[in-house]
Design a protein around this ligand. Sequence first.
Ligand SMILES: Cc1ncc(COP(=O)(O)O)c(C=O)c1O
Length: 365
Amino acid sequence: MKFKISGPVGTIKPYEAGKPLAELERQYNITNAVKLASNENPLGFSPRVIAAVNETLFCMNRYPEPVAHGLCRLLGHRFQVGPDNIVLGNGSDDIIALLAHGFLNAGDEAVMPLPSFLMYEISVKTAKGVPVMVPLENYAINLDGIAARVGPRTRMVFVTNPFNPTGSAITRDQFISFSAKIPQDVIIVVDEAYIEFVRDKVVYNSLDDPLGDPRVVTLRTFSKAYGLAGFRIGYGIMDGQVAQILNRIRQPFNVNTLAQVAAQAALQDEEFLNKSIQAIHEGIDYIGCALIKMGLAPLPTQSNFLMVDLKTDATKIFNEMLGHGVIVRSMKSYGFDTFLRVNAGTQEENKAFIRALEQVLGKKG
Ligand SMILES: Cc1ncc(COP(=O)(O)O)c(C=O)c1O
C-alpha cells in the first residue's frame, strides 16, 4: 500500500455488522428471510414515531437543532438530571467515540472486558489510546480483573450491563465493590444498551441514582427496546464537566432531525415499550426452552439475546442457517468458536430459527 498505517489504527479489526436481510435475500434469491443477529426490536417501533416523522419531513431542508431541547427536556425529567448532564449521539457508538477522543491522549489506557462490543476497542485505538483487555470469567465481566489492571495511564474503564454477547449482568453489590477499587479520576463507562430487558431485580441500574457518582457515564440507546436502530440515536447521562467536553468536540449536527423527533415520540409511548419488552421476554423463554429440548444449554440471559454452545463449529452452522433463510451470529470472532448468538424475534421468527437449527443440526426436540 502507498500509505503507511502505523500505530494503534493499523491494528484495528473492521467492525463486523450482522448480515443485512436484503443481502441474504439477494444472495439466495429468497423472500421472507429472518434476521435475529443484531439485537433489534422485532415489533418495529411505536406508531407515534411514524406520525412524528411524517410531520417533520417537510422541514428536512433545515439543519437539525444542534441541541435537541425537546428530547433533552424529556430525558432530564425522566431521570431527574439537568440538560447539562445529557449528551446525545448518532447512536451510542458516537458517544463511545466522543469519550475516547475527549479523554484519551496518545498512550493512555482504557480497560475493558475481552471480548467486548467492538466499538470500545475501535474508538480507543482511533484516539491513539491503548485498550487493555481483561478476559471474561465464567462468561461474565471479570470486575476484579478489570480493577486490577487499572494503572497510572488508565483514564477510563468500560463495563457493559447486561453484557453483550453473553447476556450476563452485574448486580448492584458487585458494582459498588468494583467502583470502590477504581481511582477518583478514572471514568467508569457503564453501557446500558440492553438495560430495559433486565428481569432480575438485583441487577445494577446506574440511573437508579443518577449522577450519584461523578465518575459514572451512563450510555443508553434507542436502537434496541425502542426499535429505532435505523434512525441512529443514543444518549449519555454524565457529570456536567464530562458532558461539556463531549459537547465541545462533537459534530454540531450529530443527531439528525428525524432521529430527534422519533426518539421523543418513542420515549412517550410507554405502552409500546412495555409490549415490546414482554414479547421479547416471551421470545427468549420460547427459544431457551426449545434449545434445552434439543439437548443444548443456552447461557442464562438478562437481555434480548442469548448465546448457546453448539459443541461444533458455529461458523459452519451459521452459514448453513443462511441457506434456510435465517441470519444469526457466529461468536467465532468473539473467541467463542462453538457458540451462536440469537436475539428474540417475533414468535414466527423464533419458530423459523428453531426449525432451521433443528434441520441443520439434524436433531428433533
Ligand atoms: C453493548 C452495546 N453498546 C452499544 C451499542 C450501540 O448501539 P447504537 O445503535 O446506539 O450505536 C450496541 C449495539 O449493538 C451494543 O451491543
